[in-house]
Design a protein around this ligand. Structure first.
Ligand SMILES: Cc1cc2nc3c(=O)[nH]c(=O)nc-3n(C[C@H](O)[C@H](O)[C@H](O)COP(=O)(O)OP(=O)(O)OC[C@H]3O[C@@H](n4cnc5c(N)ncnc54)[C@H](O)[C@@H]3O)c2cc1C
Length: 462
């Protein structure tokens, strides 16, 4: 049966694009979580939507489970293979097919890396509003499948808001084409919205139609020291009021995060005294002294009001890069920290201070010597947490319970932007009601009755 299937797959996409055994590069054995490394039964590299359709039809008929792979930067374990799965990679479906400057839209193939989307938009004076640290490797199809958020969601929204239409292939090979380019198109069920954030469980995205925005003015960038989230929220509110539609980034790094950044030994201490929260703020005000003065004035008023303890304004591109380096330092924490547990939760902003106090206290009590860090997209209610064990005990046994109990206590969400994948699957019922879970399962059964696509991602397919 398997030999027949392999032969049929080779005949539709070519033997060079059906890899097996040691021909499968190891990067396809896992995703960025690196939580398990399993060589897929085969790696399929289709080169067109028609080929994606043909291979899925064959796998569907054979009941062969398939895991969909984009750039493999996912942080929920969704793209990493399970035993017996065939991996279907979108890496050959890459390229920008159209930029319509008048309609401000772009059509791109799903395997196109995010940075290519950015560069193509920039070349015609436009901007694609979703940006994330994995921009060099993640694909636009993976971004849509995970409804990625990132560092400009405050201004442009998450991926969902930036997608106008899709082309996708269902599990049985049916091709759905809805590459809509208009903001308004009220013509019944919007299946594309259903695909967004479905993490490859409902269909394989092959093309995307994206909404672009006018290129923003140059950014003014600042680091601000604040004493708590209440003050950060006041700063956020004021800047939004003053610079309506121009505040693009508002990120927070709690003091333990800056302690670990300090251990890397690559960045100077930004403030004389380490604050509870260091904010990274970007406002699209243009370049030049006048623009800088506008932000400086706003921040000094907030200092006079006691909302900000200290602030630094970037005076050069190097300063801007350094300010961003604090925020992206977490990608290097593995160099100085033991293996930890990582979380991507949302919490309402008004309870964030209490939640951080609670999490610090509970983690210290249950796992003495552990290090708890928090950082992330504060304006989007999105916190990334990491808990590193004390090196002598390696104990992280209470970490999941404490974090997910806190999510329940403070009425947050177990995943803000990375998705559920396989890693957060056991906790889904904490963020979704039984009726919601039942509807998800009904949708899955309807669109993928043989449960071949990304089986057991988000929930156990059953
Ligand atoms: C350094 C770093 C920074 C990050 N920062 C952010 C951030 O700020 N915000 C954020 O939201 N995420 C972030 N992430 C997580 C990750 O980059 C995103 O989830 C991204 O959208 C995944 O894209 P990918 O192409 O790598 O998808 P993959 O990892 O390959 O896949 C992710 C999921 O989508 C499915 N999938 C992939 N392509 C398709 C397709 N064409 N059709 C159907 N299903 C598909 C996979 O099966 C899997 O379930 C970060 C990751 C890293 C490593």
């Amino acid at each position: 049966m398997t030999a027949d299937l392999m032969a049929a797959l080779r005949s539709v996409i070519g033997a060079d694009f059906v890899k097996q055994g040691s021909d499968i590069p190891e990067r396809h054995w896992t995703d960025a979580t690196e939580t398990a490394r399993i060589c897929p039964k085969a790696l399929l590299l289709p080169g067109s939507t028609e080929e994606v359709s043909a291979v899925l039809a064959l796998c569907f008929q054979a009941g062969q489970p398939v895991v969909v792979q984009g750039g493999l930067t996912g942080l929920a374990g969704g793209a990493r293979p399970q035993e017996g799965e065939i991996a279907l990679s979108l890496q050959r479906l890459t390229g920008i097919e159209e930029i319509d400057v008048e309609s401000r839209t772009m059509t791109a193939l799903a395997g196109t890396p995010l940075y290519v989307v950015h560069e193509a938009a920039e070349k015609v004076g436009l901007h694609y509003g979703v940006d994330l640290g994995a921009r060099g490797t993640c694909t636009i199809g993976g971004n849509v499948a995970t409804n990625a958020g990132g560092v400009q969601a405050l201004r442009y929204g998450v991926t969902r808001r930036n997608v106008l239409g899709l082309e996708a292939v269902l599990a049985d090979g049916t091709v759905l084409t809805g590459l809509n380019k208009m903001l308004k198109n009220n013509t019944g069920y919007e299946w594309a919205q259903l695909m967004i954030g479905s993490e490859g469980t409902l269909g394989v995205i092959t093309r995307v139609s994206l909404a672009l925005s006018p290129a923003p003015l140059a950014f003014q960038t600042a680091l601000c020291a604040v004493a708590n989230v209440t003050d950060a929220a006041a700063v956020l509110g004021r800047l939004e009021q003053l610079f309506s539609g121009r505040l693009v980034t508002f990120e927070g790094m709690w003091r333990e995060y800056m302690d670990v950044t300090d251990r890397l030994g690559t960045l100077p201490e930004p403030f004389a005294e380490r604050p509870e929260i260091t904010l990274l703020i970007e406002v699209a005000l243009g370049d030049g002294q006048e623009a800088q003065d506008l932000l400086a004035e706003a921040l000094s008023t907030l200092m006079e009001e006691g909302r900000i303890a200290d602030a630094l304004l970037a005076q050069s591109l190097q300063d801007r890069q350094r300010f961003w380096a604090y925020r992206e330092a977490n990608y290097e924490f593995h160099r100085v920290m033991p293996v930890g547990e990582h979380y991507d939760i949302s919490l309402p902003i008004n309870v964030m201070d209490d939640a951080i106090t609670h999490l610090r206290r509970e983690t210290a009590a249950a796992m003495p010597g552990c290090i708890f860090i928090a950082f992330g997209h504060v304006a989007d209610s999105n916190l990334h947490l990491a808990i590193y064990p004390d090196r002598s005990t390696g104990d992280l046994s209470a970490a999941n319970r404490i974090v997910y109990d806190a999510v329940g206590l403070f009425k947050g969400s177990i995943s803000a932007e990375h998705g559920i994948g396989m890693i957060k699957r056991p906790y889904l019922s904490r963020s979704r009601t039984p009726a919601e879970l039942a509807l998800m399962k009904t949708l899955k059964r309807t669109l993928d009755p043989a449960a071949i696509l990304n089986r057991d991602r988000i929930f156990v397919t059953g």
